[in-house]
Design a binder for this molecule. Structure first.
Ligand SMILES: NC(=O)c1ccc[n+]([C@@H]2O[C@H](COP(=O)([O-])OP(=O)(O)OC[C@H]3O[C@@H](n4cnc5c(N)ncnc54)[C@H](O)[C@@H]3O)[C@@H](O)[C@H]2O)c1
Length: 338
């Protein structure tokens, strides 16, 4: 086994603590530092897990510590600047979703990783569930034929997050609402299962209808639901629906359809045909530790130099699709993606 990688986690909200759990379980990692603006929180977590160094400022951490790889689990507006600081300081990065506030930032992050010869991965944990891996295996082995349609749905009937200092509902700090927060998970998972084709055009709508469910005085200038249609250079089409608040039942659905078969998830069903008979398979996939699998994959990529499952260039494409839906929603026109 290669030597353990010295890791640090920046931002210790729920996802940051999930990354930390993954590292603590991994034989590839030695957790040497945690960093959070809330020093008391960081101090308590460090004490609980015997982590030697605690920082309130990531720049101080990069100067003072020998950490080699970091998780960036901060509010969205900090993804690009902190990831760029880390890459410029020679550290490998796994950054939480969404990759950035927009595709231009994601481009700068990808360029910095390339320049430094460093691993940059984005944490789209739904790729690491047992069901997602099984479906991708069916696709990669050609068992569903040519995939030409995908549908990604992630609805909450009511569930608008606020975060520390209510950043989720503030466009300057979040980049957007339901679409960039949870639509990104649904879109990424379906797009990946379709083989990550190159997007060429996007149409979308976004709505803002539920200000009254938030505490009085909350700054709220983002979408609480959004819908999109994306066309790919392969000729395939993907439809996305997502909401933080919508008068429909909550839940998520991922569907992909190909020339030989299709898949529906939540619950998982594989639709095939055998000798003219339609056959539905309902696999019993054991639960996988998606966050643990994700951080372990990141470390394996750092050790081997392999491109991660959700790497820097895919992060740019994902942001181009989200930007396209927002732009189309604002202009009422289809948006081309170069
Ligand atoms: N993968 C998932 O399923 C998932 C789930 C929830 C959130 N997220 C993503 O994780 C990120 C963080 O979300 P969250 O829910 O933890 O937010 P949060 O507001 O609850 O927590 C963020 C943490 O970062 C700390 N912080 C803020 N500014 C800082 C700074 N400059 N330096 C150091 N620490 C700082 C805060 O003190 C806080 O502890 C977001 O990008 C969000 O989209 C991912």
């Amino acid at each position: 086994m290669a030597k353990r990688i010295k890791v640090g986690v920046i931002g210790l909200g729920w996802p940051g603590r999930e990354h930390l759990k993954g590292y603590l379980k991994s034989a590839r990692a030695e957790v040497v530092a945690v960093c959070d603006a809330n020093e008391e929180l960081a101090g308590n977590i460090a004490k609980e897990h015997d982590i030697p160094s605690v920082y309130a400022d990531h720049k101080v951490m990069f100067k003072a510590s020998d950490v080699e790889a970091v998780s960036v689990c901060l509010p969205n507006f900090l993804h690009a600047p902190v990831t760029l600081d880390a890459l410029r300081a020679g550290r490998h990065v796994i950054c939480e979703k969404p990759p950035a506030l927009d595709a231009r930032q994601a481009r700068r992050m990808a360029d910095a990783a390339k320049k430094g010869g460093l691993t940059l991965m984005y944490a789209l944990c739904q790729r690491f569930t047992g069901a997602a891996k099984l479906v991708k295996d069916y696709v990669d082995k050609g068992e569903l034929g040519e995939i030409y349609f995908g549908r990604a749905v992630y609805h909450r009937r009511r569930g608008i997050p606020l975060g520390t200092g209510a950043w989720f509902t503030d466009k300057k700090r979040s980049g957007g609402g339901a679409l960039i927060d949870i639509g990104v998970h649904a879109l990424d998972c379906a797009w990946w299962m379709m083989g990550s084709p190159k997007p060429v055009s996007v149409s979308g709508s976004a709505y803002h209808k539920f200000a009254d469910v938030l505490p009085k005085g909350t700054h709220f200038d983002v979408d609480d639901s959004a819908f999109g249609l994306i066309r790919f250079d392969s000729g395939a089409t993907l439809i996305l629906e997502c909401s933080w608040a919508l008068n429909l039942s909550g839940g998520s659905v991922t569907q992909i359809a190909g020339t030989k078969g299709g898949v529906e998830m939540n619950p998982l069903k594989i639709l095939t045909e055998r000798d003219g008979v339609q056959v539905d398979i309902t696999p019993h996939v054991p639960d996988a530790d998606a966050f643990g699998g994700q951080t372990d994959h990141f470390l394996a990529c750092v050790q081997t130099g392999r491109t991660p499952l959700m790497g820097a260039e895919e992060g740019v494409r994902l942001m181009q699709m989200l930007d396209g839906i927002y732009k189309s929603a604002a202009t009422g026109r289809e948006v081309r993606i170069k």
